[in-house]
Design a protein around this ligand. Sequence first.
Ligand code: MN
Length: 247
Amino acid sequence: MRMQNEIVTLTRREAILRTALVTATAAAAYGSSPFTAVGADAPGAFALPPLGYALDALEPYIDAQTMQIHHDKHHAAYVTNLNKAVAATPSLAGKSIESLLRTLDSIPEGVRATVRNHGGGHANHALFWQQLRKNNGRGPSGELAKAIDSTFGGFDGFRSKFSEAATKQFGSGWAWLTVSENKRLAIESTPNQDSPLSQGRTPLLGIDVWEHAYYLKYQNRRPDYITAFYQVIDWDVVADRFSKSAG
Ligand code: MN
């Protein structure tokens, strides 16, 4: 009996230790880049990054059920399919997702569409989760705010152009605030899971306008979802991406 207890205690302790270790590793890797493979069990394999906050943290703007299905099912599927393509293509081994998407044209034709769609899906969603946080109406500040003002004539100008791009994207896709190498901001949209990285630009902020991102709560009312989205932009994350972008 005593021995059995000891075994149980050890196992529990071991389990706690293991959980703490995995969490710490995941947090460290996720902090360095949203694209970093976390908990990968093979070199070059990609893994689903943790949300980093509770599923209901964005309520009432984005509901918990949408977050759960979107992250645990949709994003997970992009990661699974990307990993299959990478595992079947030795020349892709060890490359970062940024590098794969920035050099799509040089990827073997047989897996190019998979990397474009599922690699893009992985990269886009990794960026998406990290930039979301209830902001209590706070907008951008610092250098990013100055750049937004000079490019779009103020925050309202930015918001109106960004919303227009998100509204007018026909079917599934994304609207983006991007920065190019000369540090110039732009608003653009991409179809499906295409990434601005494949166009030589760096995404700073993206809104997912696939129906899976909003349909449970907003049904067909994409404009209402877009309006709510401004309440959950973590402008500190966006500003950090801007300051780290090539200039
Ligand atoms: Mn999505």
